[in-house]
Write a protein that binds this ligand. Sequence first.
Ligand SMILES: NC(=O)c1ccc[n+]([C@@H]2O[C@H](COP(=O)([O-])OP(=O)(O)OC[C@H]3O[C@@H](n4cnc5c(N)ncnc54)[C@H](OP(=O)(O)O)[C@@H]3O)[C@@H](O)[C@H]2O)c1
Length: 285
Amino acid sequence: MVLGAGSWLGYLLLAQEGAADMGETHLLGTVHHQRPEGLPGKVVLHQIEHRGEVGRLAEEYQPTVLVNFLRGEEAEDLAMHEELSAICRRQHAWYVLASSVLALDGYQGAELTEDRPPRSSSPYGIFKGRCETHLARAGGDWLVLRFASVQGWVPHKPTRNEKFLRRLAAGEKVVVDLGIRQNRLAADLLVEALRQLVKDRVRGVVHLGTTDASDELDFLREEAAAFGWDPAQVVPGAPRHVNLDCRPERIFQLYGDRFRRREADTQTFLARHPGLQRWHKPPST
Ligand SMILES: NC(=O)c1ccc[n+]([C@@H]2O[C@H](COP(=O)([O-])OP(=O)(O)OC[C@H]3O[C@@H](n4cnc5c(N)ncnc54)[C@H](OP(=O)(O)O)[C@@H]3O)[C@@H](O)[C@H]2O)c1
């Protein structure tokens, strides 16, 4: 059961799982506002009108694995998370939470490793940290994934990459705050890693990301250049100095080099992605 079939990552997860040969596995995805098109036929979509319905759906459907890809950082979202984790404990189901490296954005000058408990200064990170802390206290079988901003494309809505390239193609300048350091992985690979972790029933906190990290300005300038646009269209903005380099370790211990990538690999993935081909600068005549 995937909460947020229309989310970027939820869509990719259902698309990958639906395309894989899984025999008797049933796939259910919740739809909140936007109904994604083009998912494999075996994916059942369930429209959700309000948060309270999600728990009832989990009770009725009794998933073996429940993956929460929802956004929304209000008290009712935390209550829903707590209810879902309780249902999973009762039903001996696996609960997977997409947290974020922002759950660690309150650490100053420290390496952001998997063993660090949540410490955040942003509302989004504080929310993710509360969700993590609840799981750690409540017990059960759960997996928390932390990662920085993912990269890629989906057919049903513009991703950050498509929005960025669209602005470059329109001749706009894109102003980027300075000092935001992240290790950005391709979304499709992150979802592939998640599927393997779930298959192997891995517990606890796992970080996903590239082995190197870079400043947002440099990454976007490289992305612009890879698509043929002038990197000078990406303009430095205010200094912020935020470390969002989400150090992966367990994923390499578990699977060796299978999910080991550098940011250059992410750039290559983007430049070659069929969905993003239309954003390459046309050759001038
Ligand atoms: N994308 C990243 O770079 C990144 C990085 C770190 C962590 N994460 C976490 O990974 C998960 C999936 O991310 P994503 O980028 O795939 O998500 P996304 O595309 O932004 O989708 C968010 C999902 O939450 C649903 N939703 C329900 N209530 C919402 C509300 N009040 N506000 C916003 N969305 C609401 C949306 O439904 P509708 O589409 O129907 O509106 C959608 O299914 C999220 O939990 C996110 O915090 C993402």
